[in-house]
Design a protein around this ligand. Structure first.
Ligand code: TMP
Length: 264
């Protein structure tokens, strides 16, 4: 009597695999898949600052879908399969490497503070940094020495991660430049994707205005999560502007809030 079964599992009966600050992962419809759900929660400073911003999850789901689909299309492997609805996408289950990979083109944020650089200074070349993903430790910056000594990734994997990071940076820099946006820096995560005995490193998590610094080329207006971190306001308007410039949303469209919500 298989045909009598519902074709999808209602939200509240799905198995929750993991809940982070801005996303939830549920068991997917097939083995090896997961559902990535984008919440409206915004956090900063390791969640010391927290707010729910209506519509942020919907925008990040769309923007991240667009960027990951394009990366897939140019042969940069990612975990992304397809978007399912306003807040959710189907992804491949990967073994997350516990590193935040930050690529910087322009001095800003913690780099500007740490090295006393003026915000907005073009860097001599793109710089890749690694942070150990550990909230209890506040995601400390680590070097390749720490990564290999503690076994978070092998030297070969670090090479693969850096090659991926450079490809993603080149692609995103060009894409955003084409719509009048400067990609100052971004954070990406990677995971091990197993295909039989073969393993490859793929881009995972999300790439959205939550995890990038995006400045308007002409006005230098911030179109990213710094609007929340620095209490500038207008976060939804800024993310909507990014979506419109990328051609994801039409000129007069407004973000639809609501959609499937988490049962808290
Ligand atoms: P930072 O200048 O604060 O180190 O941030 C570098 C980039 O990484 C910036 O684009 C924001 C992003 N980022 C995250 O996505 N998650 C984080 O937890 C932090 C600290 C930064």
């Amino acid at each position: 009597m298989d045909f009598l079964k519902p074709r999808y599992t209602p939200m509240n009966r799905r198995r929750r695999i993991y809940e982070g600050k801005a996303k939830v992962l549920y068991e997917g419809p097939e083995p090896g898949t997961l559902i990535q759900h984008f919440k409206d929660d915004a956090t900063a400073f390791n969640a010391k600052k927290h707010e729910v911003i209506d519509g942020k999850g919907v925008l990040n789901n769309r923007i991240s879908e667009f960027l990951f689909q394009h990366l897939n299309d140019i042969g940069v492997p990612t975990h992304f399969i397809r978007r399912l609805n306003m807040r959710e996408q189907l992804i491949r289950e990967v073994e997350i490497i516990p590193l935040e990979v930050v690529v910087r083109n322009v001095a800003a944020g913690s780099l500007a503070t740490r090295l006393g650089l003026e915000e907005g200074t073009q860097l001599p070349r793109s710089i890749i940094e690694f942070y150990y993903k550990n909230d209890a430790l506040n995601d400390p910056m680590v070097s390749e020495e720490h990564i290999t000594a503690f076994g978070w990734a092998t030297p070969q994997e670090i090479d693969d991660i850096m090659a991926l990071a450079i490809r993603v940076n080149d692609f995103l820099s060009g894409l955003f430049l084409g719509v009048g946006i400067r990609l100052v820096d971004f954070k990406m995560e990677t995971g091990r994707l197993w295909e039989g005995d073969l393993m490859r490193i793929v881009v995972a998590d999300e790439i959205s205005p939550d995890s990038c610094r995006l400045w308007d080329i002409k006005s230098a207006d911030k179109l990213d999560k710094d609007r929340f971190r620095k209490d500038l306001g207008g976060l939804i308007e800024a993310y909507t502007e990014v979506a419109k410039r990328l051609g994801i949303m039409s000129e007069n469209e407004k973000v639809q809030t609501g959609g499937p919500r988490l049962v808290q």
